[in-house]
Design a protein around this ligand. Structure first.
Ligand code: URA
Length: 281
């Protein structure tokens, strides 16, 4: 399976220290278990240094029907160029954020909302997580994925050795649909310009669609998430993977293993080393 080389943007191929104190280890194990990581390999003799912890390796992953996509390594940018590049991403996102805050394209949603929920994270992230729409907690706070599903997403991100600040999290809809119902096609059409321009500003190498709505909206397909999992897609220059939504995992914890499997493939493809192997690894 092809692997990208680690780029110079945040979140790229580097090792993360593994906690050493018994309390930190216990917390880490609990968090991993919540994210669906139930089995960890025993440390091999001579590998008890955190920096030497066994890593997920593309070659050790089970073969799946995921055809390789060509992901070219990023050429190192000059420092000045990097600063202005980062500044232009931030500026583009701030312009969009202001537009979204004043949007009334879906009058029924605009009238019911407390806040629009634009997105959060690293404007130069290599990886974006695309969700469906804000829920009650997100509407109240203006931040994406902060409720129960959001807490699970945070654990999944951390199990991948990343942090929320290293990735970018956004939704298809920027306003909460009533009763947390699925977004209507017209609502998605109204918001499409926002999430597409957000992704254009961030220029991520990878996008992970969380659940059916995100996957179908981004990829303009009506295939189910079950059919979309286990395949790579292209969205402009970005490589896309689809997995189950964290809300689904709250209702069906057994599916955490599938999500963990998807995340392992994604991290291997991104060239990010994992501090352990997941179930069956
Ligand atoms: N579900 C989503 O899809 N997005 C959020 O921000 C919260 C829950």
């Amino acid at each position: 399976m092809a692997r990208s080389t680690a780029g110079d943007r945040s979140g790229g191929g580097r090792k993360r220290a593994v906690p050493r104190s018994p309390r930190a280890v216990k917390q880490r194990l609990e968090s991993l278990a919540d994210a669906g990581v139930l089995d960890l390999p025993r440390a091999k003799p001579g590998l008890d240094d955190p920096e030497e912890t066994p890593t997920a390796d593309a070659a050790s992953l089970p073969a799946r029907a995921i055809p390789p996509a060509s992901v070219s390594p990023k050429a190192p940018a000059k420092r000045g160029a990097k600063v202005s590049d980062a500044a232009s991403r931030v500026a583009a996102l701030e312009i969009l954020r202001t537009e979204v805050a004043g949007c009334r394209a879906c009058v029924h949603l605009a009238e019911a909302r407390t806040n629009t929920v634009f997105g959060s994270g690293n404007p130069a992230a290599r990886l974006c997580f695309l969700g469906e729409a804000p829920g009650a907690d997100e509407d109240a706070s203006g931040e994406p994925f902060v409720g129960r599903a959001g807490q699970l997403l945070t654990k999944i991100i951390e199990a991948c050795t990343l942090t929320r600040d290293e990735v970018y999290i956004l939704n298809v809809l920027k306003c909460r649909p009533p009763e947390n119902r699925r977004p209507e096609p017209e609502e998605v059409a109204n918001c499409r310009g926002y999430f597409e321009r957000q992704i254009e500003a961030i220029r991520p190498e990878f996008i992970c669609c969380l659940g059916t709505s995100a996957a179908q909206s981004l990829l303009r397909t009506d295939e189910t998430i079950g059919k979309l999992r286990g395949r790579w897609f292209d969205y402009g220059p970005a490589t896309v993977i689809c997995t189950y939504h964290p809300s689904y995992l709250l209702r069906n914890p057994a599916a955490k293993r599938d999500v963990w499997d998807d995340m392992q493939h994604l991290m291997a493809r991104m060239g990010i080393e994992m501090p352990h192997k997941g179930p069956g690894g």
